[in-house]
Design a protein around this ligand. Structure first.
Ligand code: E4P
Length: 274
């Protein structure tokens, strides 16, 4: 399983890369907004976002970095996808263009625009990450259109099921992979992880070799584990989930007892400096 970092913060990408834990990066306009706001706080008005994105692409060292379009129509999305790719892919040959599977909103119906844009960019050899996927059938359509990655948003499906069932929650809370008790699902999907599992099953069953399932909207380390167990090809997580995944109270306790038990004779052999 490949581990992607879900962030537009350069230092976080560098840190994960140094630790050998980076297989790629995903961004979206909300993550870009957070990074830009932080840059403004640090540097005032003068920020060079283009140069910052170039540094992200360099830090990812040739591993895939998804940059999302902001347009809402087929024409806008293809034009923006080409612009992003032409502007940035020369830096490290690692740009993936993120296209919403269906950009309809605010009463504007653009049902086919996403898949048409995916197909058009794929035909131009621009790799696409199909985003905002909330059903296995959307993933199937995006894969058929040629998307290299299909990104089911696991956490946001859990949010929806909780909303529909008046369950209160905080963003990092665990949601059971088997769903809530009773018939509380979203059109047969019991949880975000259930959706990821069905996406994997469909893409595998039909041997869609050019498409990988990228589990997104992962909210805690247990979801990361469950996405890995159901066989997601890629899981993208915010940096704090990587840190959290490396922690356990018994690891800390074990460190203390091994340190306390280190006799001088053994320390001489290991060459312990303290
Ligand atoms: C990544 O590709 C997604 O944009 C991201 O994982 C969404 O996560 P969120 O639902 O926690 O905002």
């Amino acid at each position: 399983m490949k581990l992607f970092l879900d962030t537009a913060h350069l230092e976080e990408i560098e840190k994960a890369s140094e630790a050998g834990l980076l297989d790629g990066v995903t961004t979206n306009p909300s993550l870009m907004k957070e990074a830009v706001e932080d840059l403004h706080r640090e540097r005032g008005d003068e920020i060079e976002l283009e140069e910052y994105i170039e540094r992200i692409l360099e830090a990812a060292g040739g591993l895939p970095v998804s940059l999302e379009v902001t347009g809402h129509t087929y024409e806008e999305m293809v034009e923006e996808g080409e612009r992003l790719y032409d502007r940035f892919n020369d830096v490290n040959d690692n740009v993936f263009v993120k296209i919403p599977v269906n950009p309809s909103f605010n009463g504007e119906k653009r049902t086919y625009h996403g898949v048409r844009a995916i197909q058009e960019l794929t035909n131009k050899d621009i790799p696409v990450n199909a985003t905002l996927i909330f059903t296995p059938e959307q993933a199937l359509m995006a894969a058929k259109a040629g998307a290299k990655f299909v990104s089911p948003f696991a956490g946001r499906i859990n949010d929806l099921i909780r909303e529909n069932n008046d369950v209160e929650w905080q963003k990092g809370d665990y949601f059971p992979a088997k769903g809530l008790e009773g018939e509380n699902d979203d059109n047969g999907i019991k949880s975000g992880i259930d959706m990821v599992r069905e996406c994997v099953e469909i893409i595998d069953k039909y041997d869609i070799e050019d498409t990988e399932v990228l589990a997104a909207s992962i909210r805690n380390k247990r979801m990361l584990r469950e996405a890995a167990i159901v066989g997601s090809d890629i899981v993208t997580v915010p940096p704090d989930i990587i840190e959290d995944s490396l922690e356990h109270q018994k690891t800390v306790e074990g460190m203390k007892s091994f340190t306390d038990d280190t006799v001088e004779e053994y320390a001489e052999i290991t060459g312990e400096s303290s």
